[in-house]
Design a binder for this molecule. Structure first.
Ligand SMILES: [Zn+2]
Ligand SMILES: [Zn+2]
Length: 248
């Protein structure tokens, strides 16, 4: 019983981390902010992982997030804790996201550069198929019931942590850079592959590295740096301080 519970917990954690690394590296740092670009094969792997581990349509995620940056801390922000309160954003983040993502005007305005491709229409736009693949694979590896529980738990964790970046990540924690509500939260940084360095990110959105020093533990950046060493990633900017100074 204890072993089964441990297997479920580890599987859920691994699935959530796959989704989180894909979200921060591919959806966020690459597609949204163009801070890093990848070899087409690597980009395809990230695209497929996004499909199975989150079901998210990248053009929608990119549009909602670009709108968040364009209107941070205002009523136009799709998920502003300053306007709605951090608790509401933490709990309702997924609904706030879906409301904005389903608005074709937002997608048309903020994700012009990401039109739906043929492959999107054929395969990747079908979120339920992707999620079905994830459930099937997990059940095949660790068994039907444990697989169902682990995959389900993964979505709860992923949704909760995404809400934490947008809610508590704009309320609690330290602010290295002034001028916006975003904060740095160490526990969130460790659990979200660097996304908890949200204050740094808002100060320098086009930096592929969210950390200012290695001890900031920006694990997403560590993967990008590895891919750059393997010559399958091109980093446009990686210096938070320089970019923040330029923007100030
Ligand atoms: Zn933010
Ligand atoms: Zn961003």
């Amino acid at each position: 019983m204890l072993v089964s519970a441990l297997i479920v917990a580890v599987a859920a954690f691994v699935l959530t981390q796959i989704a989180i690394f894909t979200t921060t590296i591919y959806l966020h740092r690459s597609l949204t902010h163009r801070a890093v670009t990848f070899h087409p094969l690597v980009a395809f792997v990230f695209r497929a992982l996004t499909w199975v581990s989150t079901g998210i349509r990248p053009r929608q995620w990119v549009a909602v997030h670009r709108k968040h940056h364009a209107h941070t801390d205002t009523t136009e922000d799709p998920h502003s804790p300053v306007v709605l309160g951090w608790g509401t954003v933490q709990l309702k983040n997924v609904f706030l996201y879906r409301t904005a993502a389903k608005d074709p005007a937002i997608v048309a305005k903020y994700a012009k550069d990401l039109p739906a491709t043929r492959l999107d229409r054929l395969l990747f736009d079908h979120a339920l198929v992707g999620l079905g693949v994830l459930f099937a694979l997990t059940m095949a590896v660790i068994g039907v019931v444990p697989g169902l529980i682990a995959a389900g738990l993964h979505f709860v964790l992923y949704i909760a942590l995404s809400g934490s970046v947008n809610g508590p990540g704009h309320h609690f924690g330290r602010r290295t850079f002034a001028g916006h509500s975003a904060t740095n939260l160490r526990w969130l940084t460790v659990l979200t592959a660097g996304e908890g360095l949200h204050n740094h990110h808002h100060a320098a959105p086009t930096s592929a590295r969210f950390a200012r020093r290695w001890s900031d533990l920006d694990f997403g950046w560590w993967v990008i740096r590895g891919l750059r060493t393997a010559r399958v990633a091109h980093v446009r900017f990686d210096d938070v301080d320089a970019l923040a100074r330029r923007a100030a």
